[in-house]
Design a protein around this ligand. Structure first.
Ligand SMILES: CC(C)(COP(=O)(O)OP(=O)(O)OC[C@H]1O[C@@H](n2cnc3c(N)ncnc32)[C@H](O)[C@@H]1OP(=O)(O)O)[C@@H](O)C(=O)NCCC(=O)NCCS
Length: 173
């Protein structure tokens, strides 16, 4: 794995209120780099509004529904992840894992996944799982390299006439 130039070049920190708008902009950029050809532009717009509007992110953080972290490279926001924990649950959901196209292949995604896996390692919890679009081949390949395996196929209605056609992948510690 090729890592960023020097240790300390990248940092993973909790998402602060001031980061929410920049993260919304980063998510939009990444989604338009990555998802055309996998889902329609209409579905991209619908899902960005549903999951990445500042209000949606703020609500998740304030309610504790999800933990959001940002990845900084040389101080610049280039990636993020979110994950969901519930007390007493055996598994943590890695809900979002995104790295800007220019920064991929340098260990950023692995660092974010490791961060989530470390947070998941609590007594009684031995698994992280995620859903990934079945046609998102590059990311499926990356997840496999990170130790995740496909355990099921899931089709979920998300409103607005749209479905997510996903694989369920998981990693047991
Ligand atoms: C998935 C994603 C987060 C990976 O981030 P990244 O910074 O490129 O990942 P890393 O550089 O840490 O690579 C992690 C491992 O995956 C491998 N990998 C990364 N991209 C790969 C690809 N396209 N094909 C095959 N393997 C890949 C790397 O080689 C590395 O494995 P190694 O350590 O054994 O060499 C990034 O590609 C991304 O943001 N994709 C678009 C958004 C997306 O689809 N997110 C997932 C939504 S469910």
């Amino acid at each position: 794995m090729v890592m960023p130039e020097a240790p300390g070049d990248f940092r993973i920190l909790p998402l602060a209120a001031a980061d929410i708008r920049p993260l919304t902009a980063l998510a939009r950029e990444i989604w338009y780099q990555h998802y055309p050809g996998i889902i329609t532009v209409k579905q991209i717009e619908y899902m960005l509004e549903q999951r990445y509007s500042p209000d949606a992110i703020r609500a998740e953080i304030e309610s504790g529904a999800a933990h959001w972290v940002k990845l900084l490279v040389d101080g610049a926001l280039v990636g993020f992840a979110s994950y969901e924990t519930s007390p007493g649950q055996r598994a943590v959901k890695l809900d979002k894992l995104y790295v800007h196209g220019r920064f991929r292949g340098r260990g950023c995604g692995a660092a974010l996944a490791r961060h989530v896996e470390q947070a998941a390692r609590t007594p009684g919890c031995d698994q992280v799982y995620l859903q990934v679009n079945r046609n998102n081949f590059n990311s499926i390949a990356a997840y496999r390299r990170l130790g995740y395996e496909v355990v099921d196929e899931v089709k979920t209605y998300i409103g607005g006439g749209f479905h997510m056609d996903d694989y369920l992948m998981s990693k047991t510690f």
